[in-house]
Design a protein around this ligand. Structure first.
Ligand code: GUN
Ligand code: ZN
Length: 466
């Protein structure tokens, strides 16, 4: 990293609050500098604000100008699977048969170091090309795969969360962990990688359906011994899975109860999907400070269901949320596609909530919260994601002291329809916040990762679109 002070001049947008707290007045959650200056030293933000105010305080600083772009904090993918990089877009199955047919055979290949290294390079290249600078990542239950993951993350100097992904039930023998090996290899990785560089470790039981009591007890022991670690898993994704979980853990009365029984639910816990969570489970997640990862591309692709975004964001029991691609359960690497699908899921949910089918089910406040405005969307990929993962002291905004990870979006780039569509919303001149909001919505609904022009990590350009 560059130890000297450098600066980036351009149009910056980040969030100072949760837009869902400002229904009808979401701009109150936004910070926008049409002509801003971000000053970086040793990878961290040391000054930020309007160019005219900040520049005089840093005479002679080398400035990189990024014109005609909207610069946002780097995107945070709360739920993604490294070893599914090659198998995204697999045909024909819902979750449980999809895992058996496509996923376990592919993930098993990552026990081979050379294969794992190749797949891991593809994984990180695709993250950067998508504007994703932080990801909470599933790996496999194999030590080599995890070493390769953390080594590559260290090389790229990216803020990553991940850990050995344990499974010992409903899994072919060749791919199963034992609770003892899961515990021992997790310990090895925690000691070698947690807090080294920008790496953070997540205790990772794959899901309740694939975890014995002994495996979950090993997770509990790891968390007791290392209370600062993250916990990453899946929850209530698919109806067949949920039935199986309650059969395997027949002393628990719902899916969240399985994780609660082992004291895993609280701050730094993320449950992926949560499509079928009950109101009571949402309330318990909210009370505990745990997070849910909303993975709409995957939930649509695998036919899992429609996540109740407006329920999770109910101010009475707001659940911390991050958004995840769940690649390869999701068929895209880009969180911009995730936003597109999230918007459509909200609209579909509102077919029920508007009361036109069942008048007694009308809930207009919840239906308003289901609508993924551009500010709600990009908040969720940045500040909101960081808060849900308890890394908002590190990333997610342009506040002084944060790590300088950011993405420059070209609102005219994308499918051929993009540029002309966007010119309806803004046709030259200095951007206003209103125009920026419209263009961001155009990026998430009409464009894709072609809008990602540059991705910067710790104040250095890590990706530039060809
Ligand atoms: N549940 C357990 N493993 C997986 C996985 O790899 N993908 C998804 N979407 N759900 C899971
Ligand atoms: Zn997943």
């Amino acid at each position: 990293i560059d130890l000297a002070e450098t600066a980036i001049r351009g149009t910056f947008l980040d969030f100072i609050d949760d837009p869902w707290k400002h229904v009808g007045n979401e701009e109150a959650a936004v910070r926008f500098h049409a002509d801003g200056l971000l000053v970086v030293e040793a990878g961290k933000i040391v000054d930020f604000g309007p160019y005219a105010e900040v520049a005089p305080k840093h005479p002679g600083v080398a400035i990189t100008e990024i014109r005609d772009r909207i610069i946002l904090p780097g995107f945070i993918d709360g739920h993604i699977h490294l070893p599914q990089t090659r198998v995204l877009g697999a045909y024909g199955e819902q979750l449980l048969p999809w895992l058996q047919k496509w996923v376990f055979p592919e993930e098993h290949k990552y026990a081979d170091r050379a294969y794992a290294e190749e797949g891991t390079k593809h994984f990180f290249d695709n993250l950067l090309a998508s504007g994703t600078t932080t990801a909470q990542t599933f790996t496999t239950g194999n030590l080599t795969c995890n070493e390769v993951f953390f080594e590559e993350a260290t090389k790229r100097n990216m803020r990553m969360i991940g850990g050995l992904t344990g499974i010992d039930r409903h899994v072919p023998d060749y791919f199963a962990n034992t609770p003892e090996q899961f515990y021992d290899d997790s310990k090895t990785l925690i000691e070698k990688f947690h807090g080294v560089g920008r790496n953070l470790y997540a205790i990772t039981p794959r899901f309740g359906f694939g975890a014995s009591n002994e495996l979950l007890a090993a997770c509990q022991k790891l968390k007791e011994e290392h209370p600062d670690l993250w916990i990453n898993t899946h929850i209530s994704e698919n109806p067949a899975e949920i039935h199986g979980v309650l059969a395997l853990h027949d002393d628990c009365h719902d899916y969240l109860g399985v994780y609660e029984k082992y004291d895993l639910v609280g701050p730094k816990f993320t449950g992926g999907h949560g499509v079928w969570l009950s109101n009571d489970e949402f309330r318990r997640l909210s009370d505990s400070g745990a997070a849910v990862s909303f993975c709409p591309s995957s939930n649509l692709y695998l036919g899992s269901g429609l996540f109740r975004l407006g329920k999770a964001t109910d101010p009475e029991h707001r659940v911390l949320l991050n958004f995840g691609t769940d690649m390869g359960g999701g068929n895209r690497f880009s969180l911009l596609n995730t936003l597109e699908d999230a918007y459509k899921v909200g609209m579909l949910n509102n077919t029920i909530l508007d009361g036109s089918i069942i008048p007694s089910d009308q809930d207009l406040a919840e239906s308003e919260r289901n609508k993924l405005s551009p500010f709600r969307a990009f908040y969720s990929l940045t500040r909101g994601g960081a808060e849900s993962l308890y890394i908002d002291d590190l990333v997610g905004t342009f506040d002084i002291g944060k790590e300088a990870d950011f993405v420059a979006l070209d609102w005219t780039a994308g499918p051929p329809a993009t540029a002309w569509h966007q010119s309806l919303l803004h046709d030259g001149g200095e951007l206003t916040l209103e125009a920026a909001s419209d263009l961001l919505f155009g990026i998430m609904m009409v464009s894709d990762e072609r809008a990602v022009d540059e991705t910067w990590v710790m104040g250095e350009r890590a990706y530039k679109k060809a």
